[in-house]
Design a protein around this ligand. Structure first.
Ligand SMILES: Nc1ncnc2c1ncn2[C@@H]1O[C@H](COP(=O)(O)OP(=O)(O)OP(=O)(O)O)[C@@H](O)[C@H]1O
Ligand SMILES: Nc1ccn([C@H]2C[C@H](O)[C@@H](COP(=O)(O)O)O2)c(=O)n1
Length: 294
């Protein structure tokens, strides 16, 4: 099944192909001008017959660095047969471009200009999604500490956020999506059907990230990695635009004492509750969805 989304801001066209729980996103550049405007409306408007159907859920997962958002979101999406979108990867893609082009991340004007012209593709390779920026596979570098640091700086600029907001909404507004980041439940999809705020203590998150970096062969010092997490949390939660904060209606999960399976089990329980309520209200749609066992 193919779905095409056109965020429509200055030349980014995203072509989305659903494959299982994932989607592959690529920009057919030659159609930029012709299709941009028509399709934006088509994707955001509710067509009359769609009001009769119950659309699949929009699930938002927010929380601080290394709380386990991506891991949980990916698993949950797989179980539901939903799209998984790691919104942080979009900010990291911009950071990667800034580093490649030696653009000073402190220069708001230059960063916002670079964000406007970025071409991001998501390419599905088996279970993995590769992220290509301007025709180059940036995936191996996206988790490097320098990219992480710069992504947090770039994410403070309104022009960058505006650009990425449009892309995220275009991809997720049809439902059937688990999207994770910092502002999904508060800004990107404040009307999300289900919101989670996933947290864990700083030392636990520092240790998890440290182990992850070592496993990937990226040198890490536990103390430094933990300090960087703390600094990033501060930056992400103190910025003026769309800061990291818990949405009032979010289900809070403290993953400090929980393994991944336990986190997913809590999330699945909430999804089941939500589907049951929707099924009762609409008499259709909600309970028809299946959750896979793993
Ligand atoms: N409940 C858990 N118990 C133990 N380890 C976990 C748990 N959840 C996630 N992890 C591990 O912690 C590390 C960080 O998880 P993940 O990358 O999913 O966090 P994140 O919140 O998406 O981070 P970031 O916002 O920095 O991208 C990963 O190595 C992951 O395997
Ligand atoms: N919805 C989002 C997602 C990410 N960011 C920024 C802030 C983060 O420090 C950075 C990297 O995110 P990660 O991959 O670690 O989740 O990107 C944001 O501002 N809003």
């Amino acid at each position: 099944m193919h779905r095409h989304f056109f965020p429509g801001i200055f030349g980014v066209i995203v072509n989305v192909e659903r494959v299982g729980a994932d989607r592959c996103v690529r920009p057919p550049l030659f159609t930029v001008v012709i299709i941009r405007f028509g399709r934006i409306r088509a994707d955001t408007e509710v067509r009359p017959y769609e009001r009769l159907r119950v659309r699949k859920l929009i699930i938002a997962i927010d929380g601080p660095a290394a709380a386990g958002k991506s891991t949980a979101a990916k698993n949950l999406a797989k179980r539901l047969g939903y799209l998984y979108l790691d919104s942080g990867a979009l900010y990291r893609a911009i950071a990667w471009k800034l580093l490649q082009e030696k653009i000073n991340p402190e220069s708001q004007e230059e960063v916002e200009a670079a964000a406007q012209s970025i071409e991001i593709e998501f390419r599905l390779k088996g279970e993995q999604t590769e992220i290509w920026v301007g025709g180059i596979d940036a995936t191996p570098s996206l988790r490097l500490p320098e990219v992480t640091r710069v992504s947090s700086i770039a994410s403070t600029y309104p022009g960058v956020r505006k650009k990425l907001l449009s892309i995220q909404r275009s991809i997720g507004s049809g439902g059937g999506v688990v999207m994770e980041g910092r502002d999904i439940g508060t800004v990107v999809f404040p009307e999300a059907d289900l919101k989670f705020y996933l947290d864990a203590t700083t030392p636990v998150r520092g240790l998890r990230r440290h182990k992850e970096l070592e496993q990937k062969g990226i040198p890490s010092d536990l103390e430094k990695t933990t300090r960087e997490i703390e600094e990033r949390d501060l930056k992400d939660s103190r910025r003026h635009v769309a800061p990291l904060k818990k949405s009032e209606d979010a289900v809070v999960i403290d993953s400090t004492p929980l393994n991944l399976e336990e986190v997913i089990a809590q999330m699945v329980q909430e999804v089941e509750k939500k589907l049951k309520i929707r099924g009762q209200r609409s008499g259709a749609g909600g309970r028809g969805e299946r959750i896979k066992e793993f």
